[in-house]
Ligand binder design. Structure first.
Ligand SMILES: [Zn+2]
Ligand SMILES: [Zn+2]
Length: 184
């Protein structure tokens, strides 16, 4: 039986390079082993033809269904655009203090905004969104520190303004919830 790990689950085509970089970022942020699961096809049942987007909460449910028993957390990573009914789009969604989270790469590419490709910026955005959504699954809520990765971002400019790391307070909170989890 493999040790409990944060599992990355590609939903649709996601490059190995992206998965490696996300694994490094979340492994460092949460000090847990990380492994990548075999990719899954995007379920058509979550596709909205009118919006040409995938229903994020529906995908999150699938992710939980597909999650291996020993998974500490499961982070779905998908190239498609996500929505929930009250929002035009989402960079990601997570269950606070739960097991599952998802991020979309769709709006993280500089090309989406009509700019030239910028690999460093793209990968940095992916790392921030991955750590942010997984942070929610570890019980962290939005942080007011503008540089903290748990600062909320609805616009790409907000993602770019914040840092890649948890602030000291969020880091302490994370360690505290971890200790509590081990004892109980
Ligand atoms: Zn958030
Ligand atoms: Zn913080």
């Amino acid at each position: 039986m493999p040790e409990p790990a944060i599992c990355l689950l590609p939903l649709g085509p996601v490059s190995g390079e992206i998965l490696t970089s996300v694994a490094a970022a979340v492994g460092q942020a949460f000090e847990q082993p990380v492994r990548t699961l075999p990719p899954r096809d995007l379920p058509l049942s979550c596709y909205d033809t009118h919006r040409d987007q995938y229903f994020s909460t529906g995908l999150l449910k699938k992710i939980l269904k597909w999650s291996p028993r020993d998974a500490l957390k499961v982070l779905g990573i998908t190239p498609v655009d996500l929505f929930i009914p009250i929002m035009k789009y989402l960079f990601g969604e997570a269950q606070v203090s739960g097991k599952g989270a998802i991020i979309s790469l769709f709006r993280l590419r500089p090309e989406f905004y009509g700019l030239d490709p910028d690999r460093e910026l793209y990968f940095e955005r992916i790392a921030k969104e991955a750590v942010h959504e997984l942070g929610h699954t570890f019980g962290l809520t939005h942080c007011r520190d503008p540089l903290c990765v748990m600062n909320s971002s609805c616009l790409i400019g907000e993602t770019d303004c914040k840092g890649t790391d948890l602030c000291n307070t969020c880091q302490e909170l994370f360690r505290w919830t971890q200790k509590k989890g081990v004892k109980s």
